[in-house]
Design a protein around this ligand. Structure first.
Ligand SMILES: [Zn+2]
Length: 102
């Protein structure tokens, strides 16, 4: 699936930008992504809701990122958090207006 493979990944102090292999460009607010971190800690425990424990975050920056296999992106934030795995499928769907289902 060309549409869910990133060609270029970049970020600045506000946004994460993914240019996909099919030419589509997605821009994500860093704060929005951080608040929607899908890991168990940020959900307030296993089975918790996305955003349950991240509502207090006011500002955030990306420190680094790495690819996880061929399917996902792992972001390291400047609050030292790095356990969230964002799948390409869900990131792409999210930027096309669908809910972020991670
Ligand atoms: Zn998290």
């Amino acid at each position: 699936m060309k549409a869910t493979i990133p060609d270029e990944i970049s970020y600045d102090s506000e946004n994460l930008v993914i240019l996909w292999k099919d030419g589509f460009k997605s821009t994500y607010s860093l704060l929005d992504l951080r608040k929607k971190c899908p890991c168990a800690t940020c959900r307030g425990g296993h089975g918790g809701k996305v955003g349950a424990a991240t509502g207090h975050i006011q500002s955030i920056l990306i420190v680094s990122w790495k690819k996880v296999g061929r399917y996902a992106l792992n972001l390291t934030w400047n609050d030292f958090h790095d356990t969230g795995i964002f799948t390409y499928d869900s990131l792409r769907a999210y930027s096309e207006g669908k809910a972020l289902e991670l």
